[in-house]
Design a protein around this ligand. Structure first.
Ligand code: ZN
Length: 228
């Protein structure tokens, strides 16, 4: 805990002065750009790798970045956050972000030896992903099996998002876009799934331009293209 406590003092003394205006502006309202669904893993750091500021991302984190289908057991907490972000905050983009060496996807392949009934129940939301993987679906077959599953998982969870009425209606109106991202911890590269290439591509300057151009075109069409 020492690092955390010292970190708060460090923030107050050295970082906060440059953020005072931002927090003052955000004090009574938030207008985040995106709903960001990520794994609980401590190494996945969206504020760092996407250089985001306070107020930019509305974040849901859970083990394995799963989205339980609407009205299924386990959907209440996440469903509440989804509905709030879509209906109260009007976010226009939803990102599902997986990552390399994810403990959840590893546990899907090799169930943990320790007694964890809640974890075992939660991991059931990844069973259909494993089934698809065993049928041969995977965006990048050069990766280790658990990383292939982790990438595939982001795409499947986007399909699960569409089971929520608020998401589905915004998406069908063309006012909501989906993005599947994947964070490689070893290199700290962030990948985005590019539907036309059917694979995850590292977001460098060149890819960023292409993604932004695609999003601009989709805006003109009024209905964003599907990720899957
Ligand atoms: Zn994880």
């Amino acid at each position: 805990m020492r690092k955390l406590i010292d970190g708060i003092v460090e923030f107050r003394n050295h970082v906060l002065p440059s953020y005072r205006k931002t927090f003052g502006r955000l004090a009574t309202e938030q207008k985040p750009d995106a709903l960001f669904i990520a794994c609980c893993d401590s190494r996945v750091v969206p504020n760092l790798f996407a250089s985001t500021d306070p107020g930019d991302l509305f974040v849901i984190r859970n083990v394995g970045n799963f989205v339980p289908p609407a009205h299924s057991a386990g959907s209440v907490s996440e469903g509440a956050a989804i509905e709030y972000s879509i209906q109260a905050l009007n976010v226009r983009d939803v990102i599902v972000c997986g990552h390399s060496e994810c403990g959840a996807t590893k546990a899907l392949l090799t169930p943990p030896m320790y007694h964890a009934p809640h974890l075992a129940q939660w991991l059931r939301f990844g069973e259909d992903v494993v089934a698809k993987f065993r049928m041969g679906f995977a965006p990048d077959k050069s990766l280790l099996p658990h990383d292939q599953i982790s990438q595939l998982n982001t795409l499947v969870q986007i399909e699960n998002l569409k089971t929520y009425a608020s998401i589905r209606s915004r998406w069908e109106q063309g006012s909501l876009r989906f993005h599947a991202w994947w964070f490689d911890i070893r290199t700290a590269d962030v990948y985005a799934y590019e539907p036309d290439r059917e694979k995850f591509v590292v977001i460098d300057e060149k890819t960023a331009k292409r993604i932004l151009l695609r999003l601009q075109k989709e805006e003109g069409l009024g209905r964003p293209s599907m990720v899957l």
